[in-house]
Write a protein that binds this ligand. Structure first.
Ligand SMILES: [Zn+2]
Length: 139
């Protein structure tokens, strides 16, 4: 409900007659009359406005939360993809290393065989030289 009040002292002028405030005696045309309080319709409109603001706020909050959630999900998926890519790369490198180690072992073995053969050839040559020397001495 709206209540007219004295502009000077704030006295409730409801039901008052005359051009002066019954409280302070001021001429109402000089003091002015203020109207405070809201009608039921204004209150309802204010409430509706507040509800709308709240609803929009909640909707906005939910929307931004959903957006952030989706963004975090995307980032997580991207990170997981990077991790699995790195894991695949690591697996490939490990396989390559095993291959290299196998090649190295094979080469080392071949080298050992060659050294053994060389020693055998060298020993055979020594024996042949000895035999030749004995033959010459006996002649
Ligand atoms: Zn007054």
């Amino acid at each position: 409900m709206k209540h007219p009040e004295c502009g000077k002292c704030g006295y409730d002028l409801t039901g008052c007659e005359g051009n002066r405030c019954p409280e302070c005696g001021q001429l109402l045309i000089e003091a002015g009359v203020t109207v405070r309080g809201k009608t039921a319709r204004e209150r309802l409109l204010g409430l509706a406005r507040l509800l709308l603001i709240l609803l929009f706020g909640i909707a906005g909050g939910v929307a931004s939360y959903a957006y952030l959630d989706a963004k975090a999900g995307q980032q997580l998926a991207a990170s997981q993809q990077q991790v699995s890519t790195l894991a695949r790369e690591l697996g490939r490198m490990q396989a390559k290393m095993m291959e290299l180690k196998l090649t190295y072992d094979t080469l080392r073995l071949e080298n050992l065989h060659l050294q053994r053969n060389l020693e055998l050839v060298s020993a055979t040559l020594d024996v042949m030289a000895d035999v030749e020397r004995h033959r010459r001495e006996s002649n």
